[in-house]
Write a protein that binds this ligand. Structure first.
Ligand code: HEM
Length: 462
């Protein structure tokens, strides 16, 4: 069956545009070809991008057995390993997912809220008035500590101290379009020793896996597997034959959560700080809402604030950190919006293009939190966390974390953007992030009478 039209340039040229400036490439394709088009990127099967809410609905509500995603995600294998949830399909995917979801939702997740506030306050307490900071890097420090704590229940110790900088260094290796090429061109993936980019990548990955193995061994020796953390749960789990997860499986799932669970939230927070400080009216409204809760509000009260919620939603609308959902590779011939697709067609629900439709979001390039107060959007119009059986495992944790970190910092510190130039989205590995990381400055602390103390007053940084 003929696939929808798309750019006629060579697959190499298309791949270069996809790496160098993916959002501009998607915009230009949507303008020329409409809701549905096919990209031919070098080394990839043809990829059909869809952004009409009806198409997204048809895909997200179809029987998940009709699609594979894991086999279309091979590109992330060097980062997370072959046993990662991201690469699994079918029954194995469903079983691992069931195991990994609960700690990031409901009661268990709420037990982390105090910790999120404390970590945010501790990181912000290192900032000096008048000295520029890179907000993205600072947010990464917070989100990395949060995910390490939720996954391992670890907050201190030598292993923890080693893991944090190694994970950051590994991710920072792909912080620009040029360095991200490493992930897309297999010929660059050659380990030519510690001085070569791939050699350094492999070396760091090896060190991280050794630390993960040491943690697993130690837990096993201590034998009483108790606790709320994900590693404990995964080590106690047994499959239908009564078998535990192998060490290789455990390590790949830990790596998956460590990566998927902090890089994205850090970038979303950096964008949120940028948008909030770009428009004084948004800042004023938000701070007023936070102050209205008075001293020591409960994290749950913060999470329910309507304007704060709308600011976070609009942040994830305008530049969704992951700008397309995982591929849905058809396992049987199927129709989407009346168009027939053969078996083994790769369909990509395009989050960014759906979020930029004029018919749903007038003036889509403007940051307007009010849109989320004025109306509700369906899960096929607004989908920053994807949908169906692949919907983001950490969607509740990420939203809670965004709100609590923003509230903790904005209620204590007055910040300003260090540069007045508009910040553009730039590829960072598989995500889009603010170019330059958003440079900001603390210009003062908010006086105790003005500020809301989030969580507990005893952790005050003043
Ligand atoms: C603002 C932050 C985040 C955003 C925007 C985001 C977005 C996404 C998206 C778009 C997907 C693909 C969904 C699909 O194809 O339908 C995904 C999958 C996933 N996310 Fe997130 N995510 C975020 C934070 C997190 C956090 C905090 C965690 C871990 C606690 C996490 C873990 C995962 C995992 C494990 C998957 C794979 C799910 C599967 O294959 O079944 N993410 N995320």
């Amino acid at each position: 069956m003929k696939l929808p039209d798309g750019p006629k340039s060579s697959p190499t040229m298309q791949l270069i545009r996809w790496i160098a400036d993916p959002l501009a490439f998607l915009d230009s394709c949507a303008e020329r070809y409409g809701d549905t088009f096919t990209l031919n990127l070098r080394n990839f099967e043809p990829l059909v991008f869809l952004s009409h809410p009806q198409a997204i609905q048809e895909i997200f509500t179809a029987d998940p057995k009709l699609f594979d995603s894991g086999r279309g995600n091979k590109i992330v294998k060097p980062l997370v390993g072959e046993n990662s949830l991201l690469l699994l399909d079918g029954a194995r995917h469903a079983a691992q997912r069931r195991l990994m979801m609960p700690p990031f939702h409901g009661e268990r997740m709420h037990s982390y809220s105090q910790l999120m506030c404390e970590i945010a306050e501790q990181v912000a307490s290192q900032w000096n008035v008048g000295k520029p900071i890179c907000i993205r890097a600072q947010m990464q420090e917070i989100t990395l500590q949060v995910i390490v704590q939720t996954v391992f229940g670890l907050r201190e110790g030598v292993r923890y101290q080693q893991l944090i900088p190694l994970l950051s260094a590994m991710l920072n290796m792909t912080d620009s379009p040029l360095s991200s090429s490493l992930l897309f061109f297999r010929f660059l993936q050659k380990d030519l020793g510690a001085w070569s980019p791939w050699g350094r990548f492999v070396g760091r990955r090896q060190q991280i896996y050794e630390l993960l193995q040491a943690e697993i061994d130690e837990r096993r020796e201590r034998s009483q597997l108790q606790g709320n953390d994900v590693l404990t749960l995964m080590m106690s789990a047994r499959d239908e034959l009564g078998q535990p997860m192998t060490d290789a499986e455990l390590k790949d799932e830990l790596m998956t959560l460590l990566f998927a669970g902090h890089e994205t939230t850090a970038t979303a927070l950096a964008w949120a700080f940028y948008w909030i400080h770009q428009r004084p009216s948004i800042y004023q409204k938000l701070v007023q809402e936070l102050d209205s809760l008075g001293e020591n509000p409960e994290p749950i009260a913060i999470a329910k604030l309507p304007y704060l919620t709308a600011v976070c939603q609009e942040t994830l609308r305008i530049y969704p950190v992951i700008f397309f959902a995982f591929p849905r590779v058809t396992k049987a011939p199927m129709q989407v919006m009346g168009r027939q697709y053969d078996t083994n067609t790769t369909l990509f629900p395009c989050i960014y293009l759906t979020h930029h439709r004029e018919d749903i979001y007038p003036e889509p390039n403007q940051f307007k939190p009010e849109r989320f107060l004025d109306r509700q959007f369906s899960p096929y119009e607004y989908l920053p966390f994807g949908g169906s059986n692949r919907r983001c495992v950490g969607f509740a944790l990420a939203q809670m974390e965004m709100k609590l970190v923003l509230a903790s910092i904005l209620s204590r510190y007055q910040l300003t953007l260090a540069d007045t130039k508009p910040v553009k989205p730039q590829r960072r590995g598989f995500t889009v992030s603010p170019e330059g990381g958003v440079r900001m400055m603390v210009i003062g602390q908010r006086s105790p009478s003005e500020r809301v103390s989030v969580g507990t007053a005893s952790t005050s940084t003043q």
